[in-house]
Every structure is written in C-alpha cells, then in structure tokens.
Design a protein around this ligand. Structure first.
Ligand code: ZN
Length: 238
C-alpha cells in the first residue's frame, strides 16, 4: 500500500532550501547529489544549521502555512530525515526552524533505532530520496539517564528502550568519570543509533555506500538551543 501511495507522489525539489551559511560545512559524501535536481547532503545540512541559528536567535522564518499545506497536499519531498528523541523540548521542526514538508521525522525515547524506526527511515530513503539523515540526541536525555542508573524498569517496553541504550552506557563507562557519564553516554548513544541504522538496514547501508545518503550525528543543547555536530566518540575511533 505504501508503494502504491508513493507512486502518486509528486516529487518537487524546487522549493528545497540551499546553503545559507557563509562557510560550507564539510560533509562526508557531500560531493554526491541525492538526485540530479535535488540538493546535496551538504546543502541540506547547511540549511538545517541556518534554521538552527534562526531558532537560537529567536527569529524564525515567517511562513504561509495555508498555502504550503495546499501545495503539499499532492506529495512530499522532505530534504532530510531526522531520528530524534521524543523529549518535548527537542522538536526537530522547531529547533531547525523547518516547516511542513521539510523534514521526515522519526522520534523514539532515546533516539533509538528499533525495527519500526528503521522501517520508517527506510521508507524515506527508498521512496522520498532524502539525501541526509541526522541522528539527533540531546543533553539531559531521560532515557539515557535511566540506562545509566542501572535501575530495573517498571515494564518490558521501558526495559526494551534501556536495553538498546545499554551498549552506549558500557562504552561511556570505559572512560567517563561519574559526573560526566550521562553526557558521554548520550554522545555514545547517538553514535550507537547511527551505527545500528547502517548495520541493521540493507536499504540504508546501500544508500550510504552509493553516496545517496549521508548520516550525521548531532546533539541538541537544551539551554542555548544549538545543535552541535558530533565527532565519532573516542571509543570508536580505532
Ligand atoms: Zn531524550
């Protein structure tokens, strides 16, 4: 059914944002365009960062939502896929100052990539051809904090979330001091999710390999409102 619906999508990248920051941000595989007409992953990332700067400054772009809504009724062509935490303070449309049709968002507590999240992302990669996937963690993440606590969760479903985050906690414990454990585990967990996406999805893996998709790891800072791109954690660099 999804495939049938997709066939009717009108793909139009004409309105896609282009880089708005003065300095281009280097992005792995950035030289590969998503399609002949679409923006590159680097251009999309730069447009998200420009949106984040507007959010930080409290100056969001004015939008005509009614006209946009009407235009998008015939189809969507989101320029980026965002896997983020469900935390109410981290809404990707807001923090990147994006609007209807701009980003395909998958949210789970702890931004974990379970099968349903993977399937959702595969849909956007395979059918909507978004060139960029951002895994977005955030400071003071309650799900990562729960995993760090080692406490038994009150339900099997909550336990399933913590189990997904536990490998990141183990990595963080190998080098982080107690005060720093949660923050280190948050970064490790973003990396873990990004790794899981590629390891557990042939569609995502192939798209990355062929240069059609770029995966970026990032963290949202609660107080400043800034999204910061993360480097690969020290524990995974060799
Ligand atoms: Zn969270």
């Amino acid at each position: 059914m999804i495939r049938t619906l997709c066939l009717s999508l009108v793909l139009s990248l004409a309105g896609a944002a282009v880089a708005q920051t003065p300095a281009a941000v280097p992005v792995q595989h950035a030289s590969h365009a998503a399609s002949q007409d679409g923006p590159t992953a680097a251009e999309v990332w730069n447009s998200l960062m420009a949106g984040n700067q507007r959010f930080v400054a409290g100056k969001p772009q004015a939008r005509n939502l009614v006209s946009l809504r009407n235009k998008l009724a015939s189809g969507q062509s989101p320029k980026a896929i965002i896997l983020s935490c469900s935390d109410s303070r981290v809404g990707p449309e807001l923090v990147f100052d994006q609007t209807l049709g701009d980003i395909f968002v998958v949210r789970t507590a702890g931004n974990i990539a379970d099968k349903v999240a993977l399937g959702s992302i595969e849909y956007a990669v395979e059918h909507l051809h978004s060139p960029l996937l951002v895994v977005l963690g955030h400071q003071k993440c309650g799900a990562v904090n729960a995993a760090c606590s080692g406490d038994k969760m009150p339900s099997p479903n909550l336990e399933a979330i913590v189990e997904k985050i536990n490998p990141a906690v183990i990595q963080a414990k190998s080098y982080a001091e107690a005060d720093d454990l949660v923050e280190s585990a948050i970064k490790e967990n973003v990396h873990q999710s990004a790794t899981d996406l590629i390891a557990n999805s042939e569609i995502i893996r192939d798209a990355v390999k062929s240069g059609k998709l770029t995966v970026i790891e990032a963290e949202y800072e609660l107080e400043s409102g800034q999204v910061v791109r993360l480097n690969t954690p020290a524990s995974h660099q060799n």
